[in-house]
Design a protein around this ligand. Structure first.
Ligand code: ADP
Ligand code: MG
Length: 686
């Protein structure tokens, strides 16, 4: 163990300066160093004879220096070192730019291996600035597969590789083997030492693959153990159980009957809360429009009837207001006291709302992040509902939890996550899936169109507005990053063009992410109230707004969006019983993108779309960067290594069944890794 904790600055050739550079790569100790796997590999295994060289190819040549190196100073800042090398089949020119020191390493009569791109004229090949090493040393940078590391200023590939090589040597036999032998045998996994050596300096392609397999498995295995470990810890905290609720009055005021899937979800929720062995921790996952809100309302009703309070957290003020108004309509007739708490209230309103919460007068509070603020206290918080959970950090959820005595937690997500992934992502949550839409929903007709259709689409937009409907036009949200100010300009200009030239007689407005929340809310509110005909928007409208009168969603440059995102956008229309449409302008994304979007036009099934999206883009993009709630993985990928994930989960479950606390001596290295993973992902996982 100890050696792995040695700091890299003690490695020969590293020192203080380079240690700082390594730190930028997240490398402080030997362990970090050997865990900093290459991001790619350069296959330099091919060695050719000079007469075999093809113009433009990149390969190694083993040759003898025939002429002393000649250094020419062309001008200030440019010098050239030239020499000729030969093998038994021909001669080759070697040229180095601005490496004046290199001449003394090119000793006539000695053999070297050069690796580079073949240039020069027919008959006299040439390599410029090749990688070079003496032929009689063990191959390090030529004649083999060479690692390519992530770089930072102050370090070169060679320096990193040399440091890693020394690191591996220093660690010697200290690589802890955290996979028990029976698991290694069962899944045919390489040994740890072999894996680390070959992931950095693969003997050949096959060894690299063996190393990768083992390390991916190992990473998933540790993750699975960590999650299971956390779950068993949480399981020990008892939740306050609620008494079996009489739901009849609730069902009686509902203007519709629940779908089978909604009813199942409600039953599961009530089951969790009435059992009370541990606090409920459940994810309701249902496609856009599947009716998650009433399910949440049912949960709140049950808790409130048991004499406790419920908090409903929405990601935006608009959504909070929407939920507040629809839940008030539903629950007030049942004698429940509702309140709203958002950042938009005046200080006085806030104080009053907080006072009502603290005394317990308010039974259900709906709000935004404002609910988390320190000044918010509850009398007896029994249930937390978080809508569109991927917009909330796990930490925020936890902060709200701390305001009650182990309250039950219900999170709702419209991002349909494939089951395999949900298991990892929400490992600490039970999952209910609402896989059925309320009756009478129409599918939204979706069309993929090119620029040539623009005039016709504009006519179509006008036609919808003329019969009283409203229209969304969404542009890719390029403006949200500082680096692309032009993106915002173009959205603004486009909105201007639409309002001044294309639809001068219609009411056109623009919302984008750079607006102040107040402005954004005002515009969105005006649209919801029917005072705007066409809303040009970046993806700020993606989450949950309900405008039943809107029946047409037009997406510009649709190729820039992920399919799941498009699905969310499409879900903004078709909420009011009007025949609804989604039109995608295909943009310049090419054939693959077009193919994807065509498939999208043919299905309304969010799960199918999510699986496809995950397959194509991986989970980072899938959830939007940094919002995934997934721990950063070093080598394993949630997108492409699913099979491995399943195996690792099975293996982890078996191992934990026999040693739940990882107390056995032989599981000590694993226990350490689990601890490290918990540390590293504090806030993401726990
Ligand atoms: P989401 O799952 O996207 O949050 P909502 O809860 O906003 O969906 O529900 C979408 C719409 O469907 C709402 O207008 C809601 O009143 C309606 N709805 C929900 N459940 C049913 C049902 N069982 N039958 C008919 N309409 C329903
Ligand atoms: Mg919703």
């Amino acid at each position: 163990m100890e050696k792995l904790d040695t700091e890299v600055r003690f490695i020969k050739g590293v020192g203080e300066q380079r240690a700082k550079a390594f730190e930028k790569l997240g490398v402080r100790t030997l362990r970090d160093l050997v865990m900093a796997f290459p991001r790619a590999y350069d296959d330099r295994q091919t060695v050719k004879r000079i007469e075999e060289l093809q113009f433009g190819e990149t390969c190694c040549v083993s040759a003898t220096v025939a002429t002393p190196a000649k250094l020419a100073r062309i001008r200030r800042g440019l010098d050239i070192t030239k020499c000729v090398v030969v093998d038994e089949t021909g001669r080759m020119n070697i040229t180095f730019f601005n490496q004046s020191y290199i001449g003394k390493n090119l000793i006539p009569g000695q053999n070297y291996v050069f690796y580079g791109r073949v240039g020069g004229r027919i008959g006299t090949p040439e390599m410029q600035n090749p990688v070079m090493e003496a032929e009689d040393v063990p191959p390090a940078f030529t004649r083999r597969i060479v690692p390519v590391y992530r770089m930072t200023a102050g370090l070169s590939q060679r320096m990193i590789a040399n440091a890693v090589r020394q690191g591996l040597a220093l660690c010697g036999d200290e690589f802890p083997e955290q996979l028990p032998q029976y698991i290694r045998e069962q899944y045919r996994l390489a040994q740890t030492r072999f894996a680390y050596e070959n992931i950095h300096f693969p003997r050949d392609a096959e060894s690299l693959e063996l190393a990768r397999r083992r390390l991916i498995f190992e990473e998933f295995f540790v993750l699975s153990c960590t999650l299971a470990f956390m779950r068993s810890r949480q399981g020990k905290k008892a939740g306050k159980r609620i008494g079996a609720p009489d739901m009849a009055p609730f069902y009686k005021v509902l203007p519709f009957a629940l779908t089978g899937a909604q009813r199942r979800a409600v039953d599961e929720i009530l089951g969790d809360m009435t059992r009370g062995e541990r606090p409920m921790s459940r994810l309701i996952q249902g496609d856009v429009g599947s009716g998650k809100t009433v399910v949440a309302a049912a949960a709140a009703y049950a808790v409130i009837k048991d004499g406790r309070q419920a908090a409903f957290m929405a990601p935006t003020e608009i959504l909070a207001e929407q939920h507040f108004s629809s839940l008030t309509k539903l629950l007030e007739p049942l004698g429940i006291k509702l309140d709203i708490l958002t950042g938009g209230l005046t200080a006085k309103q806030k104080r009053e709302a907080q006072a009502r919460l603290k005394t317990g007068e308010t039974q259900l509070v709906i709000g935004t992040h404002a609910l988390i603020s320190d000044s918010v206290e509850f009398d007896d918080l029994g249930l937390i509902i978080a809508d569109e959970q991927h917009r909330f950090g796990v930490q925020q959820r936890a902060a709200l939890s701390d305001k009650g005595d182990t309250p039950h937690v219900l999170v709702m997500s419209a991002t349909p996550i494939p089951r395999t992934l949900a298991l990892i992502l929400y490992g600490d949550l039970d999952v209910s899936v609402i896989d059925e839409l309320p009756p009478g929903r129409q599918t939204i007709d979706t069309f993929l169109v090119g620029e040539s259709m623009r005039e016709r689409i504009y006519k179509f937009i006008r036609k919808q507005v003329e019969v009283g409907r409203q229209v969304f036009i969404v542009c890719p949200a390029v403006e949200e990053t500082e680096e692309t100010p032009d993106g915002l300009k173009s959205v603004k200009e486009y909105a201007k063009e639409l309002s001044e030239k294309v639809f001068p007689d219609l009411r056109v407005a623009l919302v984008h992410g750079k607006l102040r929340p107040k402005e954004k809310n005002e515009t969105m509110g005006a649209f919801a109230a029917g005072n705007i005909d066409i809303l040009v928007a970046t993806t700020v409208i993606e989450v949950g707004v309900d405008v039943p009168n809107a029946n047409l969603m037009v997406v510009e440059n649709a190729d820039r969006f992920g399919l799941s995102q498009l699905h969310q956008l499409r879900g903004r229309v078709g909420r009011g019983g009007y025949k609804s449409y989604c039109v995608l302008f295909e943009g310049g994304g090419g054939d693959a993108a077009r193919e994807r979007m065509r498939a999208f036009c043919k299905t309304n099934d969010g799960f199918k779309i999510a699986e496809e999206d995950l397959r194509i883009r991986g989970p980072g993009d899938f959830f939007g960067s940094r919002q995934s709630g997934l721990p950063d993985m070093n080598i394993a990928s949630f997108a492409t290594d699913m099979d491995m994930l399943k195996n690792a989960q099975t293996a982890a479950k078996e191992l934990l069944a026999s040693d739940p606390e990882l107390r056995c001596e032989e599981n000590a290295p694993l226990r350490e890794s689990v601890t490290r993973m918990l540390e590293k992902n504090r806030g993401t996982l726990n």
